[in-house]
Design a protein. Structure first.
Length: 264
């Protein structure tokens, strides 16, 4: 019996999944998932999350400028800004810290940078949006089903995204299927290292306390999969609606649903 049989309606509580059978035998002990293009549609990230944060950057900095976490973001932005000015980024001189920081943050978003302080701030803004009911995450229908199956089978599921750990937890705790965070063992962001460097995946395997060859990483980006494979992990390329075609995709196992990881 394969889990592809179990496609649930968008408002089914995760508690209703308890009657599902455990996942089939897997050669892996841990499944490491990307978010964008793997568990969630790319359109949700670019058409909902990013615009939500972009609109609120300046007001959020004004409102929380004295909060220790935001003060730390200001410091990190000034440090990162020094090397980006030569690439055309607006400078942070300190004369108008909030406006200059906002301009720089917008520049980082326009250039799709994964800079840590930007990701931290986005996570804070999204956290408030989720808690106030302004946001609800979008995830593919097979995701909650598979998370339950893997959890029942004793597999460790972990998330690795360029979005902050806070943003990841908000995403999986505010889904149409309920709070899924109890099904996820660990969360990793770029604090563990860049997603296109093998060392990042070696660190993740060590933190999961699972041999690298017993971890499989699923992503929609071939360069990330190559880094994971170099580190000794298993890999699978996520092909979902809206995902970009990847060069060298033939080198990887291609899946269109997470259910394919354990189904025959």
């Amino acid at each position: 019996m394969t889990i592809s049989r179990y496609v649930l309606g968008p408002f089914t509580s995760v508690r209703a999944y308890n009657s599902l059978p455990a996942a089939e035998t897997s050669p892996y002990r841990s499944i490491l998932l990307d978010v964008e293009g793997t568990t969630s549609p790319i359109s949700f990230v670019y058409e909902t999350l990013f615009p939500h944060a972009r609109k609120r950057l300046g007001p959020f900095l004004h409102e929380h400028s004295s909060d220790p976490a935001v003060t730390s973001v200001f410091q990190e932005l000034r440090s990162a800004n020094a090397s980006d000015v030569s690439a055309g980024a607006p400078a942070i001189t300190g004369r108008d810290l909030i406006r200059e920081s906002t301009d720089y943050l917008l520049w980082l978003m326009d250039h799709d940078r994964k800079t840590a302080p930007l990701k931290t701030l986005q996570g804070m803004i999204w956290e408030r949006g989720f808690k106030q009911g302004e946001l609800q995450s979008e995830i593919f229908a097979d995701v909650p089903v598979c998370l339950v199956q893997w959890h029942k089978a004793g597999l460790k599921t972990a998330i690795y995204s360029s979005g902050s750990v806070l943003a990841q937890k908000m995403l999986f705790s505010h889904t149409p299927y309920g709070d899924l965070t109890n099904l996820i063992s660990a969360y990793f962001d770029t604090a563990v290292g860049p997603k296109k460097q093998p060392l990042s995946y070696k660190r993740i395997a060590r933190e999961l306390q699972v041999p690298a060859e017993q971890v499989i990483f699923v992503s929609d980006i071939a360069e990330e999969l190559e880094a994971a494979r170099t580190a000794g992990l298993g890999t699978a390329l996520s092909v979902r609606p809206g995902n970009q075609e990847q060069n060298g995709a033939a080198k990887y196992r291609i899946i269109h649903s997470l259910a394919e990881l354990v189904s025959s």
